[in-house]
Design a protein around this ligand. Structure first.
Ligand code: HEM
Ligand code: CU
Length: 587
């Protein structure tokens, strides 16, 4: 039996259809395109940094054209380097890793995968995209105001971020814009999170019990819960920081602080308070970035291994455990802040305990692959790459989670290597897996496999070439956020590694052009996609590619099967759609 529902007709005008659309699919694509613009800018900024690190005395008149003020004379000053670090980190974390996996794929596919016609609150959904875009534009504006972009890093540690331009370039208007941008982003993410949670709980179609949800939906749902609990803390912190800067308050600035020979008028605030607020958000944020990637990886591995995901319930429990524990470990970013060793032990133990659900997930991914007839498609390669990078990045996490090891390693390149692998690149691989997997559904055409495979191998090898040497540099004591090492004799022998990393980064970044080309070329010229090109089981593969405005038409689908019924003994084919009629019960 199918259920009839009241649906609204597709809007006619171009503006209502593609610009101010309330259709979750259009909004999902808007988020994806925003993330693509953001990642391109983020990569360019990282290459500027890499060039400076490899060849510190070189002039770059051509590159200076993009930043005529900041790069007057064609060189990157240490201050401008810090602006680049700040903007690169902020863009990547917020506008790429939060925007694409949750805002992009979550919006597009969560309603379809639960069998709904749209999100629970379509207008809020539209608003959340436009507020995100406003946040992005405000952040970009920081490059163009007097003083330029802030230099306080993506963590905006006080008092540097709190006392205004007296403390350095970019800390005037640039820092204000940064705070405003992040505040907008927080508001948008809250609106989005409400939608994801309500849609998952209330709009599931008939037969779609919680245990029949694809693991992607579980991942987006958990991520939304994290977003709902974490972003308000950052928002509050941001407002207090702004008040310290413009309202004369002293939340984060200690009394008697002297900057540039002047005693500041602030009294009795605590810089550590900012660190607590920031990381109470910041650690869950790294899970907000990576959990959707875990969901996509589970989904894609099962599809192309042609086997049910191993331990479905354990996978759901592990996602929840990671989400919950993620709120209890923020102190591991503050081991050197003078905290009591007793709290450090608690934070350390809790941090290491996240290894348990992470290991469960990894074990189940490998068990899913065990004795499988794997189809090495491009999305599958990226999902396998995700597992590889997640494990590599996780291993250095076990090292940094221990106070005794973190204290010497803190703020070195070891940390840069760790977080880029576990959060940055793993999440990016999840995004790539999702893009190659769902492209046929979103655009009705296939991406080119050969180009995709070339893109995968260049990126996979390139990423390791960039980030493995950084571990070595960190152990040798190379500090992070330093534009150059001249004057530190013990770092001189590391310079060839810097050159090696920069060349690897240039090649890896170049390889991303293959992806962009493949993406846009395939939208218009790719081979036409069938309804279900991967022979997959979940609801999005039962409707046309691309799906019509109201997804399922006037009827909602009825679900009779779990999400990963691959290679079921006795079945006619090696997959069973979730909507296939129920198996006849034996008499
Ligand atoms: C081609 C790939 C990338 C390269 C070559 C690259 C390079 C860099 C460099 C050179 C730094 C500055 C290190 C320092 O001086 O401390 C940095 C910092 C950072 N990157 Fe990346 N990056 C890449 C991708 C990403 C991605 C995908 C993310 C997403 C999470 C990311 C997030 C960050 C963050 C959060 C920081 C720290 C900013 C701060 O210290 O405030 N990066 N990256
Ligand atoms: Cu953390």
């Amino acid at each position: 039996m199918t259920q009839a529902v009241a649906t609204h007709a597709a809007p006619k005008s171009f503006i209502r259809r593609y610009i101010f659309s309330t259709d979750h699919k259009v909004i999902g694509l808007q988020y994806l395109f925003l993330a693509m613009v953001a990642v391109a800018i983020g990569i360019v900024l990282s290459l500027y940094m890499r060039l400076r690190l490899a060849w510190p005395t070189e002039r770059w008149p051509l590159l200076a054209k993009l930043f005529p003020n900041a790069m007057a004379g064609g060189t990157i000053s240490p201050e401008f380097y810090l602006s680049l670090v700040t903007m690169h980190g902020t863009i990547m974390i917020f506008f790429v890793l939060t925007t694409a996996p949750l805002g992009g794929f979550g919006n597009y596919f969560l309603p379809i995968q639960v069998g709904a016609h749209d999100m629970a609150f379509p207008v809020l959904n539209m608003l959340s995209f436009w507020v995100t875009l406003a946040g992005f534009l405000v952040l970009m504006a920081a490059f163009f105001v007097s003083g330029g972009a802030p230099i306080s890093g993506w963590t905006a540690y006080a008092p540097l971020s709190a006392v205004g331009e007296i403390a350095g370039p970019g800390l005037g208007m640039g820092q204000n814009l940064w705070i405003l941008s992040i505040a907008l982003f927080c508001i948008a993410s809250l609106l989005g999170a409400l939608n994801f949670i309500t849609t998952t709980l209330n709009l599931r179609t008939k037969g779609m019990s919680m245990t029949r949800l694809p693991l992607t939906v579980w991942a987006w749902f958990t991520t939304a819960v994290l977003a709902l609990l974490a972003f308000p803390v950052l928002l509050a912190g941001g407002i207090l920081l702004l008040l310290d800067r413009v309202g004369g308050t002293s939340f984060f600035v200690p009394g008697g602080l002297i900057v540039s020979d002047k005693i500041l008028p602030h009294k009795g605030g605590s810089p550590l308070l900012w660190q607590h607020l920031f990381w109470f958000f910041g650690h869950p944020e790294v899970y907000i970035a990576i959990l959707p990637g875990m969901g996509i990886t589970s989904h894609v591995l099962s599809t192309f291994a042609r086997k049910p995901i191993f331990g479905y319930r354990a996978m759901v429990a592990a996602i929840f455990a990671i989400g919950l524990l993620g709120f209890l470990v923020w102190g591991h970013h503050m081991f050197v802040s003078g905290m009591s060793p007793y709290s450090a032990i608690a934070f350390s133990l809790l941090t290491l305990s996240i290894g348990v659900p992470s290991a469960i997930k990894t074990f189940n991914w490998l068990a899913t692959l065990y004795k499988a007839q794997i189809r090495f498609t491009v999305p599958m390669l990226f999902a396998l790459g995700f597992v590889s990078i997640f494990v590599t990045g996780g291993l250095s996490g076990i090292i940094l989670g221990q106070t005794s090891l973190d204290i010497p390693m803190h703020d070195t390149y070891f940390v840069v290597a760790h977080f880029h692998l576990i959060m940055g690149v793993a999440a990016i691989f999840g995004i790539f897996a999702g893009t190659y997997y769902w492209f046929p559904k979103m655009f009705g055409r296939m991406m080119n496999e050969t180009l995709g495979k070339l893109h995968f191998w260049l990126t996979f090898i390139g990423i390791y070439a960039i980030f493995i040497p950084m571990h070595v540099m960190g152990i040798a004591g190379h500090p992070r956020r330093y534009a150059e090492t001249a004057g530190f004799d013990f770092l001189a022998p590391l310079q060839p590694l810097h050159v090696f990393i920069t060349i690897a980064a240039l090649i890896t970044a170049g390889a991303q052009l293959l992806f962009f080309f493949n993406f846009f070329w395939s939208i218009w010229k790719g081979k036409k996609a069938e309804v279900n090109p991967w022979r997959a089981t979940t609801l999005e593969w039962t409707i046309p590619s691309p799906p019509p405005h109201d997804n399922f038409g006037p009827q909602t689908p009825v679900v009779h099967h779990g999400p990963y019924e691959y290679s079921v003994p006795g079945a006619a084919e090696d997959y069973i759609l979730q909507t296939a009629p129920p198996a006849p019960t034996k008499a």
